[in-house]
Write a protein that binds this ligand. Sequence first.
Ligand code: ARG
Length: 256
Amino acid sequence: MKRIMRIAALVLALLLATILFAGCASTPTVDVIKSRGKLVMLTNAGFPPFEYVSEGAVCGVDVDIAREIAAELGVELEIQDMDFDGIIGAIKSGKGDLGIAGMSVTEERLKNVDFSVNYVDSKLVILVKDGNTEITGADTLSGKKIGVQSGTTSDVIATGVDGAEILRYKTFLDAATAMKSGKCDAVVVDEMTANEILAVNKDIVMLEEVLSTEQYAICMRKGNESLQEVVNTVLNRLLAEGKIDEYIANHMASGE
Ligand code: ARG
């Protein structure tokens, strides 16, 4: 009887340990990444000029930055293209090392991940179809259908508009396509991506009003200080050398 109890206690302890450790993979410190030999970048490649797919490969400003970080660590770079609204959860559960996705720093996100230094200043703007005279700024969005990319700061801002209906898409490009076919009336999106959308859609225009100003940074698991230090060193160097502006110029189809 005693033996059975002891075995039962052991099984229970094992079960508990499994439950406790499941979903909390160890933190990808610099040492872990170096011994693994690769850095895993999580992104959502529908956000030009920061990340987009060209000839089957993910490229853009954020990929150029990630290559510099991987080189600094002396490891290969693996890019995982996923839904934007899944990136923070995936970083938390250790499915990737860095979220590099033109991601704006927000109070809400800071509760779940740590961020690097900021590397780009951005703002949110409104896109409408050329000839739309009803929507002229934020105060005319009430009662309208607003298209956004799910889980972005645009989603948060649009959700705050009284009486508006929010249509959430997988990418901002999908939101713009939906607006062209009349499924939504406006798209709220980051300015540089807006310019990229305008460059290939002559029937869309950008309104002058700025809805918010934001900063992009790279996110990582909370407390991953060794990785944060390397990322900050690389970003500060790239910023000082004017490289980020160079990357942006290289990836802007609109030639800005
Ligand atoms: N800057 C905005 C945000 O943080 C949009 C980012 C979208 N990025 C992307 N790769 N799709 O919410």
